[in-house]
Ligand binder design. Structure first.
Ligand code: ZN
Length: 504
């Protein structure tokens, strides 16, 4: 059952108004241009932008809400990354499938607290999952939104779920962090809401909760614990509630948005002179047409050994290093990217294509697809491919499902969506060891022609290992090829709905 609760859309950089403004401003730039080619180009830009918008609108109308909905586990549909660099904690193991995204701020004291929360969550869940015994596939997934408030403050909300096959539905969880950027410190909740005014704020929250919940819904009495998960936003403050925290659990996570005006003197930022205006990154605002130049196709010699290096979970801050290494050594690889990272790393996504490497999807937010409904599966694949297309103009021929998890339903859907499924023959387990020499050892002692090697586009250790591995593989005569190149060299094409593991 899914119940949507009416709520004003968040006014972030991704609102409809903004998307249309972006398109309009991109179009108006072309007013002074007399050159017909450029006008045609502008037309193409509008078509591309519209296709993207149509893609997004499809995505938006799907039951994949941003917040305030009952649907467990679908809480951060389009992450807002206004502050911090997304870091990823991955476990592709057998006891727990885990994927936690958390922000790195560059301030060591704060990063330590956030990392300890993320790692703690992972570690506790891993012990619980392990204790439940074998054969249970447990999944932990957490994503975050970060809001930069007039350059002086940042609010971070982590929203996640844990589920396994013994449970009727996943358990949601929330964590928030609020940062005073100028003073490089985390704010306690008492510093955000004045203690003296706490009772007034609780009353206001309860009123708003009752208003936004379906009529007649019972809401518990609120005490100070109701303020546990607060996050600074552009408008003021959001208060988040875990499933069942203040109302019936089937109603799911709750979010109450309070404006500065509503909070008045109770709110830290109502009294403070906030110096600078909200930073609107020009990179985010401009709708760029995909001006991506792919290098020409290469001739791959099928009689010579070849290997397909693949990098999952990016784009990330190490993608460019990997591309440079490949380029220097005449190699290409395949990058399986997370849909919700593509916009953040749009330029990096383009560089992948420009280098000649192949770009494919790895789901929108790294949920195990086989646990989702068919509509949710489709949405994970479609939204990711839409994001890839919007950033690079590339229509991927395949994708890699998170954790390599495949079932008949997913295969059928992939066939229908014209997508091949690319798994692997050799797992470097770089996510586990995060040690360059270990990764090097695994690859160099197991490498065979026709193999598909799984690595992650996340860790410096993987970059360090590749700095040695890539030139050495070349020296041994391996052609470093993309998935499509490997297929073509063998006189085949990727077939939709088929699962590929590489030859071993
Ligand atoms: Zn992955």
């Amino acid at each position: 059952m899914k119940i949507k609760i009416k709520k004003e859309p968040r006014k972030d950089s991704r609102s409809w108004q903004n998307i249309f403004n972006k398109i309009l401003s991109a179009v108006s730039l072309k007013n002074g241009v007399k050159n017909a080619t450029l006008l045609a180009f502008a037309g193409l830009l509008i078509i591309c932008a519209l296709m993207f918008v149509i893609g997004l609108s499809k995505y938006k109308t799907n039951e994949k809400p941003k917040d305030n909905t009952v649907n467990a586990g679908f809480t951060v549909a389009e992450p807002v990354y206004e502050y911090g660099e997304p870091e990823t904690l991955v476990d592709n193991g057998t006891a727990l499938h885990s994927y936690i995204i958390y922000p790195k701020t560059g301030m060591p004291d704060i990063d330590k607290v956030i990392y300890e929360w993320a790692y703690g969550k992972y570690n506790t869940t891993l012990s619980e999952a392990s204790a439940k015994g074998q054969g249970i596939e447990a999944e932990l997934n957490a994503q975050y939104n970060s809001y930069l408030v007039k350059n002086d403050y940042a609010g971070i909300e982590e929203i996640g779920f844990y589920g396994d096959f013994q449970m009727a539905h996943p358990i949601d969880f929330i964590k928030t962090f609020n940062i005073d950027i100028q003073n490089k410190r985390l704010l306690s909740n008492d510093e955000i809401i004045t203690k003296a005014k706490q009772a007034d704020v609780l009353k206001l929250i309860k009123e708003k909760l009752i208003k936004q919940l379906p009529e007649g819904t019972a809401v518990d009495e609120l005490d100070a614990s109701a303020l546990e998960y607060m996050v600074l936003t552009h408008e003021g403050l959001d208060i988040l509630f875990e499933r069942g925290q203040v109302t019936a659990s089937y109603l799911g996570l709750q979010r109450v948005s309070l404006s500065r005006e509503e909070l008045g003197e109770a709110f830290i930022l109502s009294n403070k002179q906030v110096v600078s205006e909200i930073a609107v990154s020009s990179e985010v605002v401009s709708v760029q047409p995909p001006e991506v130049k792919e290098p020409p196709k290469r001739e791959i010699d099928p009689s010579k050994p070849m290997i397909a290096l693949t990098f999952d979970d990016g784009p990330s801050k190490i993608t460019r290093r990997l591309l440079e290494l490949l380029d220097k050594n005449g190699g290409r690889a395949t990058f399986f990217v997370i849909g919700n990272r593509v916009e953040t790393y749009k330029e990096t996504a383009k560089s992948i294509v420009e280098q000649g490497s192949e770009l494919m999807g790895h789901s929108w937010d790294h949920k195990q697809l086989t646990k989702l409904t068919p509509e949710e599966m489709r949405e994970e694949l479609k939204s990711t491919n839409d994001a890839i297309y919007a950033a690079t103009g590339v229509t991927p021929k395949g994708y890699r499902p998170p954790y390599g998890a495949v079932n008949d339903e997913l295969k059928g859907l992939s066939k229908e969506m014209n997508l091949a499924i690319i798994n692997w023959s050799l797992d470097t387990e770089d996510w586990k060891s995060r040690k360059a020499d270990k990764i090097y050892e695994v690859i160099m002692s197991n490498v065979k022609s026709g193999g598909i090697i799984l690595c992650h586009d996340l860790y410096d250790a993987t970059g360090d290992a590749m700095a040695k591995i890539i030139p050495e593989l070349r020296k041994k005569g391996y052609q470093l090829v993309t998935i499509s190149e490997m297929m073509e060299a063998n006189g085949k094409a990727l077939e939709a709905g088929e699962v590929y593991y590489g030859k071993y």
